[in-house]
Write a protein that binds this ligand. Structure first.
Ligand code: FA5
Ligand code: MG
Length: 418
């Protein structure tokens, strides 16, 4: 099943009813007032108990809590860290100075992750079927955009921020419930935006100043792709995010296929306003580091980034993009499971249960059959689970045992195994 992209809400929000603050009301902050409150200092993020608690609405399973704090994006000789360093190298070569962040707390509030970014209360990305909640109003960040507002509030005009993000999602070779994003925000000089003072909504998005920002954003990102890939074919499309307007996505051509690598846009004036920066304008983007690393290093499966197998880690070196040599592909084992599903069944709950039982041995889960009995009106779904280890051959007995315990556990989701 194709899931709704988490931040591309279907209905565009009504245009701003909230007047953009005139430049006099929010003077830009002098550098001396910058605070470092944005980063929790001295906290060890690699403590599963921080994430997996007994709060009644906590839905973080132990296998997810165990991933937090691994800091792959800060490891100089890990593909995720190598790509991130190359991106920073590019930004360091640009005339503006970008402040670099990489140690924000992965626990954020619903305000930081959603409200500050204009995600409506009923936005699907906020639902516990898509998001890992710690308590009712704290969660594992679903995107690095969750940190935009606090860095803006702290007075930064240009910054990068990289980190691990978490989403309950489908399971296959390019989706993993934990992955990494790198975010960037750049505000423009007030003097260059004066012509658009006071403009909101369409008056703003149609202004030459807004066009200048969008053009700069595209140029910076095309330059970044050329820096990473050499000259490569690129394609811009319109996208939708509640926090940028206009919004775009960038795809690059990889092995004959177009692959989405990032979302971006001109920061919505209300987002800047809420961050106390309503006197400024600028752009933001968020890109997926795994997507880029899979292409650059030819890493075929997203689970590999998390392996602690020496045969993986020993292949990479700081500052070098090298082709990954698979240490042999072990055969898959397929198992099907069919059940009657209760009303309101959430597929992600089942995917998560499978990963809870069998961990990374689950390579992918596909729905292969679905029907509704016209007499009873009950629906049945059949899923094919592909089990495969990245580092050894699996025995039939061990997979049968895992499949049996998955069948048993299915009752917890009110699934009636057929
Ligand atoms: C966002 O997360 C927005 N916060 C991006 C953004 C930032 C837009 C700033 C505007 C301004 P999206 O859900 O499309 O958007 O994810 C951004 C990128 O993360 C994708 O292009 C993709 O490269 C990567 N990504 C998304 N989901 C996954 C996943 N399950 N596994 C690996 N990478 C993913
Ligand atoms: Mg997207």
């Amino acid at each position: 099943m194709k899931l709704l992209p988490i931040f591309a809400a279907t209905a565009a929000l009504a245009s701003s009813a909230h007047a953009w603050a005139p430049s006099s009301s929010a003077p830009s902050r002098p550098f001396a007032r910058l605070s470092m409150a944005s980063v929790t200092e001295g906290v060890d993020y690699a403590v599963p108990e921080r994430y997996c608690t007994d709060h009644p609405n906590n839905n973080v399973p132990p296998h997810i809590a165990a991933l937090v704090g691994r800091g792959l994006h800060t490891k100089a000789d890990h593909p995720i860290g190598i790509v991130r360093a190359q991106i920073e190298e590019y930004f360091n070569s640009l005339p503006e100075e970008y402040k670099i962040f990489d140690a924000e707390d992965p626990i954020v509030t619903t305000k930081q992750c959603f409200d500050d970014l204009r995600l409506e209360p009923d936005h699907p990305g906020r639902s516990p079927s898509d998001t890992y909640y710690i308590t009712d109003d704290t969660l594992l960040r679903t995107h690095t955009s969750a940190h935009q507002s606090m860095h803006l509030k702290d007075g930064y005009d240009a910054f990068l921020c990289a980190g691990d993000v978490y989403r309950r999602d489908e399971i296959d070779s390019s989706h993993y419930p934990a992955f990494h994003q790198l975010e960037a925000v750049k505000l423009f000089d007030k003097a260059d935006m004066e012509g658009a003072d006071g403009l909101t909504g369409e008056d703003w998005t149609k202004s030459p100043e807004c066009e200048t920002i969008a053009a700069d954003l595209k140029q910076v990102l095309e330059g970044l792709m050329d820096h990473l890939f050499g000259e490569t074919e690129k394609k811009w499309s319109e996208d939708y995010f509640p926090f940028t307007e206009p919004s775009f996505e960038l795809e690059i051509k990889y092995q004959g296929e177009w692959l989405e690598v990032l979302g971006c846009g001109v920061v919505h004036e209300e987002v800047l306003d809420m961050a106390g920066r309503g006197d400024r304008r600028g752009w933001a983007f968020g890109l997926g580091l795994e997507r880029l690393a899979m292409i650059l290093f030819e890493i075929p499966d997203i689970r590999l980034f998390w392996t602690e197998d020496e045969r993986f880690s020993s292949q990479f070196e700081e500052g070098k993009i090298t082709k990954f040599e698979p240490y042999s592909k072990f055969p898959p084992v397929f198992k099907d499971i069919a059940f009657w599903v209760p009303e309101g069944f959430v597929e992600n709950d089942f995917f998560e249960m499978a990963r809870g039982v069998a961990g990374d041995l689950v390579e992918k889960i596909d729905m292969i059959d679905e029907f509704t009995n016209p007499k009873t009106n009950k629906s049945s779904k059949c899923y094919r689970i592909t089990y495969r280890s990245m580092d050894r051959s699996l025995t039939n007995e061990e997979i049968d045992a895992l499949q049996d315990s998955l069948r048993d556990k299915s009752a917890e989701l009110d699934l009636e195994v057929r």
